[in-house]
Design a binder for this molecule. Structure first.
Ligand code: F6R
Length: 242
């Protein structure tokens, strides 16, 4: 596990974008796994800037996202597909037909999970997966549990995650209770993983993931077992590491 200390959020974002840009340059038809939330927004801005400056080309890139709320239509402001369009896809020369997320409105959740998992396999797997971490150490929506899930599944969100995500909705009551998420097995099969973390409120989660034992009660701790993981932490998120 590599840990890179960044000065602040901006520096963290630039460093992450540099790694993703290198991936795109070395393999222009990469399959990139993307995340939503506050952590990667600056990374997406920097990738869009690089694309507009002609430094990187998204025309042959395919993307798959980690997760999507269950029950939010695509047009909903807080759907993750809308997040990806607004924060990245609308600003780069990607073919949107090659951008994939779970379908939050699918009628049959089990079939949707199987479809999404099969799609990732058909694409040949993920070359680089970008992750954020939740305060409880979750990655994707893999919440603290007594086991690690292998493949894409439909999950009930914890109160802590609902509380953390209510900032994007009118109230906690409006936060969907379920989401589709890649399983830990799906994430761990990515060839390369980059984790962006910022802020003091994430310092405990970072410490548990990087220095703690591997346990499903801190799902991000599994990353220890991956051969190519880079954490990019700003100073505050890094502050509790030995
Ligand atoms: C988002 C995701 C989540 C977030 C995590 C951190 O697609 O899968 O695991 O990465 O909740 O969220 P932020 O970055 O908003 O603190």
């Amino acid at each position: 596990m590599k840990v890179i200390k960044a000065k602040d959020y901006n520096d963290m974002s630039k460093k992450a974008a540099q790694i993703i840009a290198a991936q795109i340059t070395l393999k222009p038809d990469s399959v990139l796994g993307f995340a939503t939330g506050s952590s990667p927004v600056g990374t997406y801005q920097e990738l869009a800037r690089k694309n507009q400056a002609g430094e990187i080309d998204f025309s042959n890139i395919t993307t798959v996202n980690l997760d999507e709320y269950r029950g939010l239509p695509q047009e909903h402001e807080q759907s993750y597909i809308n997040f990806m369009n607004t924060n990245l896809f609308d600003h780069v020369n990607i073919d949107k037909a090659n951008t994939y997320l779970p379908n939050g409105m699918a009628e049959d959740p089990e079939a949707e999970c199987a479809r999404y998992e099969a799609l990732i396999q058909e694409l040949g797997g993920i070359d680089l997966q970008l992750l954020g971490i939740g305060h409880n150490g979750h990655i994707g929506f893999n919440e603290p549990s007594d086991r690690f899930e292998k493949a894409t599944y439909c999950v009930s969100l914890t109160e802590r995650t609902i509380e953390a995500n209510k900032r994007f909705f009118d109230s906690a009551d409006d936060v969907p209770r379920q989401a589709y998420t890649m399983g830990i097995g799906t994430i761990m099969a990515a060839k390369k993983i980059v984790v962006v973390v910022s802020g003091e409120d994430k310092a405990d989660a970072v410490k548990k993931c990087i220095e703690g034992p591997i346990t499903p009660s801190v799902q991000g701790s599994i990353l220890h077992l991956h051969p190519d993981v880079t954490f990019i932490c700003d100073e505050a998120a890094y502050s509790k590491l030995k």
